[in-house]
Write a protein that binds this ligand. Structure first.
Ligand SMILES: *[C@@H]1O[C@H](CO)[C@@H](O)[C@H](O)[C@H]1NC(C)=O
Ligand SMILES: *[C@@H]1O[C@H](CO)[C@@H](O)[C@H](O)[C@H]1NC(C)=O
Ligand SMILES: *[C@@H]1O[C@H](CO)[C@@H](O)[C@H](O)[C@H]1NC(C)=O
Ligand SMILES: *[C@@H]1O[C@H](CO)[C@@H](O)[C@H](O)[C@H]1NC(C)=O
Length: 385
């Protein structure tokens, strides 16, 4: 309401030359009063919740009002920055900080797995943790196809399902980030805890490349047949191709710019369910992914830095992850991961790496962002111990 008024005011002041000097200031006076009211409302509501839309009413000339309310002023400045960033995502400087985003009352843990980033080990860990930390782990059955991009109805159903079974639980599945708040009807004050794990994009792509050639033999045979039908001999050529050749020959499979590739990138998993999140190399999608990570995710771990990741998980989400390092190492998950990892770690030439860094530049920017954030969080855990 206030926002609409401000827009109207702005337009009428700039575009209409017929305003007389006397009521020229009227819109300003009214908007100042509106801002005061906004600040008072914020003070009165006194919620440590999510920044509300009305924060946007405070634009450049609001500094006066802000200094007048000190403590709440700081919170207000944060809200203001939040909305300015969100409205100007492409130019925004988004930094990964150690700010704790876990809500004290949170009983839902959502792990919307980026594929091929060590998710299975994480799920094993979560199932063990469920016993000691008393929550239920709900695995998604991966044999049934389930879209990563959901329609409104599916998102609503997912959230309602959580609301309906009101208990501490964790859930893992490959799907793009869903804003639960949008669909919560009965549990408005409950905020889920979001987590994820990412890894070096080149290693992720190498792992995916190998995965496509070492999956279910029936699927491989089908893929070879499908390719042979389009061009004799191309099936076997695909099957025996090396990753290096795939990159250097600019094979469509390794160009990472087609829509087939959409759901193996990390960016859409954080950017969310907006169709614009699926556009490869979109600056907006990358920036939104960073924004959502910084403001919504409690922890985004790094597969290469599992020790730090576990420490940060334990410290930022104790409700679910207390004791996780101990379980992880006593069960040999670390070894399990390391074995598979060493086997699958690519020895890529400089030439191949350079090409990958170029074609996956946005994915690398996100990865670097996640590293920076995990680093700050890890520093925080060291300092508080
Ligand atoms: C983060 O917040 C959660 C929930 O309030 C709390 O349990 C945890 O100890 C906090 N961790 C840090 C490092 O601040
Ligand atoms: C999530 O949805 C709520 C409710 O519609 C909205 O206020 C909030 O801005 C959304 N969050 C993000 C990060 O878009
Ligand atoms: C993807 O990149 C390749 C190689 O750079 C190029 O030939 C192809 O046209 C691109 N495809 C799309 C859909 O942009
Ligand atoms: C990670 O922690 C485990 C257990 O504390 C330790 O044995 C291992 O050496 C650590 N690894 C790295 C890379 O720091």
């Amino acid at each position: 309401m206030i926002l609409t008024f401000r827009r109207w005011c702005w337009n009428s002041c700039c575009e209409s030359r017929r305003i007389t000097p006397k009521n020229k200031f009227l819109p300003y006076v009214v908007s100042l009063v509106a801002m005061k009211l906004t600040v008072m409302m914020l003070l009165a509501s006194n919620k440590r919740g999510h920044p509300q839309r009305m924060g946007a009413a405070l634009t450049d000339d609001s500094s006066l009002a802000v200094t007048a309310v000190n403590a709440a002023g700081e919170e207000e400045m944060k809200n203001r920055r939040y909305w300015q960033m969100l409205e100007n995502l492409e130019e925004a400087e988004i930094e990964g900080t150690g700010t704790n985003r876990t809500h004290p009352s949170s009983i839902w843990l959502i792990y919307n797995r980026v594929p091929r980033c060590g998710g299975l080990t994480m799920v094993f860990l979560m199932k063990e943790l469920a016993k000691v930390n008393r929550f239920a782990h709900q695995r998604h059955q991966y044999r049934t196809p389930w879209n990563r991009l959901l329609i409104e109805e599916e998102m609503k159903n997912l959230v309602t399902w959580f609301e309906y079974q009101h208990q501490a639980k964790s859930y893992d599945r490959h799907f793009l980030h869903v804003n639960f708040t949008r669909f919560q009807r009965y549990t408005k004050n409950l905020r889920p805890t979001y987590i994820n794990i990412v890894r070096d994009p080149a290693e992720r792509e190498y792992s995916a490349f190998r995965g496509r050639r070492s999956q279910d033999p029936l699927q491989i045979t089908q893929e070879i047949k499908r390719r042979d039908a389009a061009g004799a001999g191309t099936g076997m050529e695909w099957y025996t191709k090396s990753f290096d050749d795939c990159i250097l020959d600019e094979d469509p499979e390794c160009a990472f710019n087609s829509s087939d590739y959409t759901f193996s990138r990390a960016i859409p998993y954080f950017c969310g369910q907006d169709p614009r999140c699926l556009v490869p190399r979109s600056r907006w999608a990358l920036q939104r992914a960073k924004f959502i990570i910084e403001h919504e995710y409690s922890v985004v771990g790094i597969l290469d830095k599992m020790n730090e990741t576990l420490q940060v998980l334990e410290s930022y989400i104790p409700r679910f992850f207390a004791g996780s390092s101990k379980i992880y190492y006593s069960r040999g998950y670390g070894r399990r991961h390391e074995n598979r990892y060493i086997k699958s770690k690519p020895a890529l030439s400089e030439k191949v790496l350079a090409k990958l860094r170029d074609s996956l530049s946005d994915e690398y920017e996100l990865y670097d962002f996640c590293q920076q954030r995990l680093y700050h969080q890890h520093q925080q855990t060291i300092n508080t111990h």
